[in-house]
Design a protein around this ligand. Structure first.
Ligand code: SF4
Ligand code: SF4
Length: 77
């Protein structure tokens, strides 16, 4: 089974919350700390990401969201 992981670059995020609202798996939440621009940034709160990409496509900030597919030696694809 493919596993996915989402990463947020805090200083690229402008705190619009679009990704938090869009994610159907409740993976993302708004953090409390402010980034270098003075915005609260999105954070990852669990490992339920299924790699759908909705957060990536709704985010207006290039580079703020990266979705990774984990590769395991014991998994045949
Ligand atoms: S890729 Fe999909 S499941 Fe993963 S965090 Fe983004 S919206 Fe949620
Ligand atoms: S959609 Fe992008 S800019 Fe908006 S909160 Fe999420 S990561 Fe930050």
């Amino acid at each position: 089974m493919k596993k996915y992981k989402v990463q947020i670059a805090p200083d690229e995020c402008k705190g619009c919350q679009r990704c938090v609202i869009a994610c159907t798996r409740n993976v993302l939440a708004m953090g409390k700390e402010l980034n270098i621009m003075g915005f609260p940034s999105a954070t990852v709160q669990n490992d339920n990401c299924i790699g759908c990409g909705i957060c990536f496509y709704t985010c207006p900030e290039p580079g703020a969201i990266t979705i990774l597919r984990e590769v395991s030696d014991d998994v045949q694809e």
